[in-house]
Design a protein around this ligand. Sequence first.
Ligand SMILES: [Zn+2]
Ligand SMILES: [Zn+2]
Length: 157
Amino acid sequence: MIWLGSFWSRPPGKPPIVSIAKWNPAWFSGPSILQLAPQSSTGSGIPHAKDRRDWIESYKDILSEPGRIREARRQLDAMLSKYGDVLLACWCKKGRTRQDGSYSGSFCHRLLAGRLLSRLGYTVEVIDLECSRCSGPVSFDGGVSGAEFVCRSCFGQ
Ligand SMILES: [Zn+2]
Ligand SMILES: [Zn+2]
C-alpha cells in the first residue's frame, strides 16, 4: 500500500521513503517521483498562485500533462512490487506546513496526488495531515470543499 506522509513520518513497518517534493532535505538520498511533485515537466514550480484554489488548479494542470501519470505509475508500481509498501513524502507535517498565510496548516499537494492514486485503485493512507475544519484524520472519501481538504464528516456541510 501507499502511505502519504512527511519525511519525518514513519508509519508501521517503516516502508522506504519516496519523495514527491520538489526539493528534498539534505539528509535524504532516496528515490523521487518528480511526476507527482508540484513542478511542471520543464522544472518550473507554481510561482504566482493567487490563492489556494488557484494553486490547486495549477497543480491539477501539472498532473494532467501528457504521459505524466503513466510514468508516475510505472515508477510507483516498480517500487511497490519491490518493497510492498512505500511512503510518499513531502515536507508538510502537523505544525510544519506552509505558513505564508495563503495556505493553512492542513493543505498539501499530497492530498490531491493521493486522491488521484486512490481513484486509480491504489490503497492509500494519509498520516501527518488533518481536516482543516475539525482537525480529525483526512481520508479520500472526504473531498475538497472550497479550497480546503476536509474529512468525510465535514464534507458537504
Ligand atoms: Zn506537502
Ligand atoms: Zn473534519
